[in-house]
Design a protein around this ligand. Structure first.
Ligand code: NAG
Ligand code: NAG
Ligand code: NAG
Ligand code: NAG
Length: 420
């Protein structure tokens, strides 16, 4: 009879512990993806037309019946209410993995081939007119509001889809704990293609039946303390350049709550995705106060006002230090690479800091398992200020790697082994 030795026991425990912390191989992703997944809340997606970015809201379901078969429902809404649908896409087909992402370690590029079905429903007169205008009756299709149209093998000129071709979508898959991530290319809402794969992760999907009991405000206050909440990867974030034009930037965030009423947020900026080195670090410290309940976004979320009372900037390379030192405003010491400068209360127009810059943001906080969410950034790259510019949706998550996500299955294994 096989008796488990202490050595075996130790080895199994070590393997389980390692499993909890390392990033996935493709085989592990394939094993973990088989589940039904959904958005936590409505997600803010940019709809860029001409020179302007408009907010649009999206809800996604992705179900994987095997490591290659999927069915999906993607609904886009006109506004945060989640009641005015614009377009729904429903489909079934196959996912084909195409190799590792070279910008997000542990993520795999993939192609979704809607080979079994692709059904599109338009919910606004505007869309119906635009789709019919492009369609010109091709493949016998006349778009009718709220009527599902099977386009599996048919042309949809409005979406660049041709007759006898299946709808194809390119994306990436990354799984960490019980969260499934897909990617985004930029802040203009461009779809990924074979040649232009995603550069960052978007808000995660959670298992369909993984609803948590929402935290009360007191529980939330307690839960966020003591954590070091960090970006999983470099994030694709909307910002504005000196001319006020929307640009894609790459940043990581590290948020800590110094006390029940103060926070520190470190934003590290990178020139691009992948293995690039940072050029600037900015730390904001200040008090935060809780505002109203945000359960219209997701149960357990609360709005909070984050004020800025201290500001520090560190150039992370010589070039950045030199750039900052060009036209240095009076009263600011020259910058040095790697040296943190205290810019609290200083004006620095080149960095967008003037006496009438907002000194707070109307943000939001939501916490579940080992993840913390703030509010999605406005699609135009501006600030969450004033209150009217709230986006009413979750941004991608920050993780506290020190906190276990309480993977129940692994935990049970561990307990069983310990009892042997
Ligand atoms: C995904 O699975 C859930 C049940 O787990 C079901 O309610 C939902 O309709 C499915 N969605 C799709 C797009 O297949
Ligand atoms: C999509 O799937 C269909 C059916 O399996 C297949 O015939 C077709 O070649 C696939 N398309 C691509 C681009 O892989
Ligand atoms: C930075 O400057 C502000 C305003 O002068 C001051 O209150 C703060 O203590 C300074 N921070 C440090 C770390 O010295
Ligand atoms: C460390 C820090 O910033 N502490 C501040 C926390 O907030 C209060 C006001 O709410 C300040 O008085 C502290 O200095």
């Amino acid at each position: 009879m096989f008796t488990i030795t202490y050595l075996t026991k130790t080895l199994i425990i070590m393997t389980l512990v390692i499993k909890l912390v390392t990033s996935q191989t493709l085989d592990e992703i394939k094993a973990q993806i088989i589940n039904d997944w959904k958005s936590i809340a409505l997600e803010l997606v940019p709809n860029y037309q001409g020179e302007t970015a408009y907010p649009e809201y999206q809800r996604r379901q992705w179900n994987f019946t095997s490591d290659s078969g999927f069915s999906t429902l993607i609904e886009n809404f006109e506004d945060k209410s989640g009641s005015n649908r614009k377009i729904s896409i429903q489909g079934q087909g196959e996912i084909a993995f195409q190799g590792a992402s070279d910008v997000i370690s542990g993520a795999y590029l993939c192609q979704f081939n809607f080979s079994k079905s692709a059904i599109i429903t338009l919910h606004t007169d505007e869309f119906v007119t635009a789709f019919n205008g492009a369609q010109q009756g091709q493949d016998g299709i006349t778009w009718v509001k709220d009527k599902p149209q099977d386009v599996t093998k048919l042309a949809v000129p409005a979406l660049g889809k041709q007759s006898n071709q299946f709808f194809l979508a390119y994306d990436l898959i990354y799984i960490r704990d019980d969260y499934l991530y897909m990617g985004e290319v930029d802040v203009f809402g461009n779809e990924a293609t074979l040649d232009n794969p995603p550069k960052g992760l978007c808000a995660p999907l959670i298992p369909f039946s993984d609803d948590e009991t929402p935290l009360t405000l007191d529980e939330l206050k307690e839960a966020i303390l003591g954590g070091v909440w960090q970006s999983l990867t470099k994030e694709v974030r909307p910002s504005k350049n000196n001319q006020g034009k929307l640009i894609t930037t790459f940043q990581t965030r590290k948020l800590t709550f110094l006390s029940e009423s103060n926070y520190s947020l470190v934003l590290t900026s990178f020139p691009g995705p992948g293995q690039t080195s940072p050029f600037l670090e900015m730390e904001v410290i200040g008090p935060f106060v809780w505002e109203e309940d945000a359960s219209q976004v997701v149960a357990g979320a609360y709005f909070a006002k984050f004020s800025m009372s201290q500001l520090y900037i560190t150039p992370m390379n010589d070039e950045m230090a030199t750039n900052l030192n060009q036209g240095l405003p009076e009263g600011i010491e020259p910058f040095k690479n790697g040296q943190k400068a205290n810019l609290t209360g200083k004006e620095f127009p080149a960095l967008g800091m003037t006496s009438d810059s907002p000194d707070y943001e109307s943000d939001m906080v939501y916490q579940r398992q080992n993840r913390l969410y703030l509010q999605a950034r406005p699609v135009d790259g501006g600030m969450l200020y004033p209150k009217e510019r709230r986006t009413y949706s979750l941004q991608r998550d920050l993780i506290d790697p020190e906190r276990s996500s309480f993977n129940l299955f692994l935990l049970l294994n561990l307990i069983v082994i310990l009892m042997l």
